[in-house]
Design a protein around this ligand. Structure first.
Ligand code: ADP
Length: 643
C-alpha cells in the first residue's frame, strides 16, 4: 500500500506537473490566440461566436462582448452571406479547410478579408474556427492592377501597330488583335496564347531573325530594327520593330514585349522618293552631259570665230582668250592685260575696256594695237560662274576695212572732182561750141540758099548733108548743155501741185496735141516737194515722146495717172509704137535712139535728161512696154524729196 501510496504520489506529482504544463500551454495558447496578428473566431455549430481574439475584435471594430454570443453572419453584408454559408457547409461536409474572400462590416463601412474556415470535431460538438486576414490593401492593389490592366489592354488594342509578348520560351503571353491579323495575313496563322511564335515563321531566315531579336530582348537589351515580313512579294509589309525585355518585380527578365509599327506606306513612299531621286539624278546627269556638250560646242565656236574674244577680270587678269585673240597677242601666261597686249607695266591710260564695270552698260571704242592695226573693241558687263564681275571683250581688226574706207573716200572725192570737172567741161564745151556751130550752120544754110541748083547734083546733096549735120549737131549740143545743167543749174525744191507742172507741159505741147487730135486724160495729181520746172520738163519730155512715137493709123491716147504708197509713182501711158524688150534700159542713155536719122526727130538725149532729173530728186524711172501696142513710162519720187 505504501508502495502504492508512493506510486500514487508520484503519479499525482506527474499529473500536477502535467497540469501545470498544460496550464502553461493553455496560457501560451491564449496569449498566442489573443496576440495573433490574424483575427480568430471560434464558432459553435450554429455559427455563433464563442470566442474572438484581440485582432478579431479589432478588425470588426467592436468590443469582444459585442461579438461573442452573436451569430458571425451578423458581421457579413447581405450580398456575401450566401457565399459564407456555402463555405461553412462545404467545410463541414468536405471536412476540409475552406478559403473564401468576402467582405465584413466595420462600423459603417466594409472591408475585404481572406477567410479560412476550419471545421473542428470533438466529442461534444461540431464547431468552426474562422481566421480572417484584412486584405483591403491587397484588394485595392488588385483592383488598381485590374484597372491598369484594362487601360493597358485598351491601349494595346487601340495601338496602331501590332503588339505581343512572349515568355522566355517564345510562347505568346499576350497579343493584340492587329498582331493576330498581321499574322493571319502574312502567314495565314491563327495564333494562340501559349503557342511558340517561331513556329509560325515559315521562312527559315525570318524565323532566325525573329529569334535573334527576341533573344536580345530576353538578354535585357532594347532592340529597334526595320524589317519586312511576308511569305511572298505581293504580300510583304515593312515594320519598324521594338523588342524590349519584360521584367518581374525583382528585375528578372521573364519575357519579351514586341511592338511593331507598320511603316510599309512610309517605306513605299521612301522607295518612290528614292526612285524619283534616282530619276532626277539621272536627268541631272544627262542635263550636265548636255550642258558639258553645249559648253564644249560654245567653246569650239569661240575658238573658231575670227573675232578676238577675251574675258577680263577687274584686277586686269585675262581669264580667257580665244584662238583669234591668242593668234594676235600670243599666250597671256597669267600676265595683266596691259602687259600681255601692250607690253606696259601699268594699266593703259587710254583703256576704256573696264567702263562697263562702272556703268553696267556695253561700251564701244576703237584702239590702235602696238602693231599699228586698228581694233573695234566691244566691251560687255559679264558675270563669272561664281557671280564675280568680268568684262567680255570682243575685238575686231578693222585695219583693212579702215584702209578700204579711206581709199573709197579718196576715190569718191576724186570722182566728185572729176565729175565736177566733167560737168563744167560738158557745160563749157557745149556752151562754147554753140557759137562756132551756129556760124557753121548759118553759113552752110547761106551757101545752100545761094548756090543750090547752080552746082552739080552731088554738090547739092553735100550741101544738104552739111546743113542737116550742122542742125543735128546743134540739137545734140543743146541737149548736152541742158543735160549738164540739170545738176548745176537746178531750181529750189518747194511744195507745188504736180498737176500745175503737168498743165505747164501740156500747154507747151498744145499745138502738137491739137494737130494730132490726141486724147489726153489725167488723174488728180498730188502736191509734191520738188523742182517745179524740172518736173514740168519730165512731163513734157515723156508726153512729147508719146506724141512723137504714136501710131499713124489710130487716134493717139495718153493717160497720166499717179499712185501714192511709200513714194509717188507717176505713169504716162500711150498707145504708140512700143519698145522692144531689149532696148528698155538703153533708151535712158545719152544719145541712144532706136530709129534711123530722118524717121523721127530728136537727138536721143530727152530720156537721159528725164532720168537725171528724177535721180536728182532721189527717185527712179523705168518703162513697161509691149512692142506695137504701147508704152507706159513710170517715174517714182520719194514722198519727201531732198535736193
Ligand atoms: P529722142 O530725142 O530721140 O526722142 P529720147 O531720149 O527722148 O530721144 O528717146 C530715146 C528713144 O527711146 C527714142 O529714140 C525712141 O526710140 C524711144 N522712145 C522714147 N519714148 C518712146 C515712146 N513713148 N514710144 C516708143 N518709143 C519711145
Amino acid at each position: 500500500l505504501q508502495v502504492h501510496q508512493v506510486e500514487l504520489e508520484m503519479q499525482n506529482e506527474e499529473l500536477k506537473e502535467a497540469q501545470e504544463e498544460l496550464a502553461k500551454l493553455l496560457d501560451e495558447f491564449h496569449e498566442f490566440y489573443d496576440e495573433a496578428p490574424v483575427g480568430y473566431f471560434s464558432l459553435d455549430r450554429n455559427g455563433n461566436v464563442r470566442n474572438v481574439n484581440i485582432k478579431g475584435a479589432e478588425l470588426l471594430g467592436l468590443d469582444k462582448g459585442m461579438i461573442v454570443g452573436f451569430g458571425f453572419v451578423r458581421f457579413i453584408p447581405l450580398n456575401y452571406q450566401t457565399k459564407y454559408y456555402r463555405s461553412l457547409k462545404d467545410a463541414m461536409v468536405k471536412c476540409n479547410v475552406e478559403e473564401v474572400e468576402l467582405q465584413l462590416k466595420r462600423e459603417k463601412s466594409l472591408f475585404y478579408v481572406q477567410m479560412q474556415i476550419v471545421p473542428i470535431y470533438d466529442k461534444f460538438d461540431e464547431k468552426y474556427r474562422i481566421t480572417i486576414t484584412d486584405i483591403t490593401e491587397r484588394k485595392k492593389a488588385e483592383e488598381e492592377l485590374l484597372q491598369n490592366h484594362d487601360i493597358f489592354n485598351a491601349i494595346i488594342e487601340d495601338a496602331e501597330g501590332p503588339i505581343f509578348s512572349v515568355d522566355c520560351n517564345y510562347r505568346y503571353t499576350s497579343f493584340n488583335l492587329l498582331h493576330a491579323k498581321v499574322m493571319k495575313t502574312l502567314f495565314n496563322a491563327d495564333i494562340k496564347i501559349g503557342n511558340n511564335i517561331l513556329d509560325y515563321h515559315t521562312n527559315p531566315d525570318d524565323r532566325e531573325n525573329a529569334k535573334l531579336n527576341i533573344d536580345k530582348a530576353l538578354d535585357g537589351e532594347v532592340v529597334k530594327i526595320e524589317s519586312y515580313a511576308g511569305d511572298n512579294l505581293q504580300n510583304y509589309r515593312y515594320f519598324s520593330i521594338f523588342h524590349s525585355p519584360i521584367k518581374d518585380s525583382n528585375g528578372k527578365v521573364i519575357g519579351a514585349a514586341v511592338y511593331a509599327h507598320d511603316i510599309t506606306e512610309r517605306k513605299k513612299a521612301e522607295e518612290k522618293l528614292k526612285q524619283a531621286h534616282d530619276n532626277l539624278e539621272e536627268q541631272v546627269k544627262e542635263r550636265t552631259r548636255e550642258l558639258y556638250n553645249e559648253r564644249q560646242r560654245l567653246f569650239d565656236v569661240l575658238e573658231t570665230v575670227p573675232i578676238m574674244i577675251c574675258l577680263l577680270r577687274p584686277d586686269y587678269h585675262v581669264a580667257f582668250a580665244n584662238r583669234a585673240f591668242r593668234e594676235k597677242f600670243g599666250e597671256s601666261g597669267g600676265r595683266h592685260c596691259y602687259e600681255y597686249c601692250f607690253g606696259y607695266s601699268e594699266p593703259c591710260e587710254f583703256c576704256e575696256s573696264f567702263k562697263p564695270l562702272e556703268t553696267g552698260e556695253p561700251h564701244y571704242w576703237q584702239v590702235k594695237s602696238p602693231d599699228g592695226s586698228i581694233i573695234d573693241s566691244y566691251d560687255f558687263p559679264f558675270t563669272d560662274t561664281d557671280g564675280s564681275p568680268l568684262i567680255l571683250e570682243m575685238d575686231i581688226d578693222v585695219t583693212e576695212q579702215k584702209q578700204a574706207e579711206e581709199a573709197l573716200k579718196s576715190t569718191l572725192r576724186e570722182l566728185e572732182r572729176y565729175n565736177e570737172e566733167l560737168q563744167s567741161f560738158a557745160y563749157i564745151t557745149s556752151h562754147d561750141l554753140q557759137e562756132p556751130l551756129r556760124s557753121i550752120a548759118s553759113y552752110a544754110q547761106l551757101i545752100e540758099r545761094r548756090y543750090k541748083g547752080q552746082l552739080d547734083s552731088d554738090a547739092d546733096d553735100f550741101l544738104d548733108y552739111m546743113v542737116g549735120g550742122a542742125t543735128r549737131l546743134q540739137g545734140m549740143i543743146k541737149g548736152l548743155l541742158e543735160y549738164s545743167r540739170v545738176g548745176t543749174k537746178g531750181g529750189e525744191f518747194k511744195d507745188f501741185n504736180a498737176e500745175e507742172a503737168l498743165n505747164h507741159a501740156l500747154s507747151n505741147l498744145k499745138s502738137s496735141i491739137d494737130e494730132c487730135h490726141v486724147e489726153v486724160i489725167y488723174d488728180h495729181l498730188p502736191v509734191i516737194h520738188a523742182d517745179e520746172n524740172q518736173i514740168s520738163r519730165v512731163f513734157q519730155n515723156l508726153i512729147g515722146n508719146a506724141l512723137k512715137f504714136r501710131k499713124k493709123d489710130i487716134q493717139p491716147k495718153i493717160h497720166i495717172s499717179t499712185q501714192t504708197d511709200d513714194e509717188y509713182i507717176f505713169s504716162i501711158a500711150d498707145n504708140g509704137i512700143g519698145i522692144e524688150e531689149q532696148y528698155k534700159d538703153r533708151i535712158f542713155e545719152v544719145f541712144k535712139r532706136l530709129h534711123p536719122i530722118g524717121e523721127y526727130d530728136g537727138a536721143g538725149i530727152g530720156l537721159a535728161i528725164v532720168k537725171k532729173i528724177v535721180e536728182r530728186h532721189g527717185g527712179r524711172i523705168w518703162v513697161e512696154s509691149e512692142f506695137g501696142v504701147g508704152s507706159t513710162f513710170y517715174f517714182a519720187l520719194p514722198v519727201k524729196s531732198h535736193e
